[in-house]
Design a protein around this ligand. Structure first.
Ligand code: 5AD
Length: 366
């Protein structure tokens, strides 16, 4: 295949995407990265958008085989932050000038939880209006599969972006890493409901799941395109102790360098194929490499999520082993992120929601 020609295309076949993902030669990888950076600059600009991340609860009704907070993991102590603590975190995020926050938790569908989320979103929105943020902090939710009615309630409360990772679009692989109660079909359906409720829709996959092929990842990117996704968060699959997939730990360790390369290629290729979507440089990248998040930004990502979860619960939100920043204060994380971004020659956009250009372009006349 002719790399130079493919990099400048608008429409890509699964074969072409797979070829781009497979690049490992240092010069070719650099060509891929530079093209991704150029596309990012053209469609999203060079500013990095920040979202303060608050992991407000680790209760979960699901039992995903890869995840550290799956319901069967009895070694985790479960928590739900108080509304006060969440509001404090929201005010901090405003002070740091981030403009946006992500409220993330394990999955729960009970009324008490849903009402809690609705209340806290309303409270955050009403308490964070200011001259710089006339409509308050931007709120992104990441609280799992819900009904349309619930998604609408969340949207009406004031949240306007929603993240729900598909994890993998290969049906066989999806089955291998989830209990049978969780299905790919219902995950896809939930994504369409999120869109129907009015949200900017974010999804993503884990990269280098044991058994996953390059063709699977190529199909994942085509799925993002087909589903008209606005935002992406992707990171390497990392082993977690006390989960059924712990048995792959040695193999994962052996593939460390390959996995990191593939995760960065996945960011670049998604950027080149999807162009104007928001792409996050995720914490899981930094778990693999101390400079993983900087590398993600240099490979075409335009969003970063500073850790704003109060320290005293952070250790209980370990989705995977080696999660960084567990011991660092919120102040430290904020400074650290700032310097990490600056080290890539870019800056964080202050007091800005940083909405997906893909979404705003499509809804200009709405
Ligand atoms: N490795 C990498 N990512 C993980 N997640 C959960 N467990 C792991 C793991 N072991 C990711 C999932 C989920 C997100 C919140 O965290 O993709 O959607």
């Amino acid at each position: 295949m002719d790399l130079n020609k493919i990099l400048y295309k608008d429409d890509f076949s699964a074969e072409e995407i797979e070829y781009l993902l497979s690049l490992s030669n240092i010069d070719e990888v650099e060509q891929l990265r530079l093209r991704a950076y150029e596309v990012m600059k053209q469609y999203c600009g060079e500013y990095v958008s920040a979202r303060g991340l608050v992991e407000f609860s680790n209760y979960c009704v699901n039992d995903c085989y890869y995840c550290g907070i799956r319901k069967s993991n009895q070694t985790v102590s479960r928590y739900l932050l108080s509304k006060d603590d969440i509001l404090k975190a929201a005010h901090r995020i405003v002070e740091y000038g981030y403009g946006s926050m992500v409220l993330q938790s394990g999955d729960r569908n009970d009324k008490e939880f849903i009402d809690f989320v609705v209340d806290i979103v309303k409270e955050i929105k009403s308490q964070t209006r200011s001259e710089q943020l006339p409509e308050g902090l931007g709120v992104t939710l990441c609280v799992g599969e819900q009904t349309l009615e619930t998604y609408k309630k969340f949207y009406e409360a004031g949240a306007h972006r929603y993240l729900l990772r598909i994890e993998t679009t290969n049906p066989e692989l999806f089955k291998q890493i989830h209990p049978k109660e969780q299905t790919l079909e219902s995950r896809k359906h939930a994504l369409s409901l999120i869109k129907q409720a009015g949200f900017q829709v974010g999804t993503g996959v884990m990269i280098a799941i044991p058994g996953q092929t390059l063709r699977d990842l190529a199909n994942d990117i085509l799925f993002f395109k087909h589903y008209d996704i606005d935002m992406l968060g992707m990171g390497p699959y990392l082993t977690t102790t006390n989960t059924p997939m712990e048995k792959f730990a040695d193999a994962c360790q052996k593939n460390h360098d390959y996995t990191l390369r593939l995760a960065l290629n996945m960011i670049s290729v998604s950027r080149i194929v999807l162009k104007d979507v928001n792409i996050a440089s995720t914490t899981a990248l930094q778990a693999m490499d101390d400079e993983g998040r900087e590398k993600g930004l240099l490979h075409g990502a335009n969003v970063i999520m500073p850790q704003m979860t109060p320290m005293y619960v952070r250790k209980e939100y370990q989705l995977y082993d080696g999660k960084p920043c567990l011991e660092d204060s919120v102040e430290h994380c904020s400074n650290c992120i700032k310097f990490r971004v600056i080290s890539t020659g870019r800056e964080i956009a202050m007091n800005d929601w940083g909405d997906s250009k893909h979404f705003t372009k499509n809804h200009k006349h709405a």
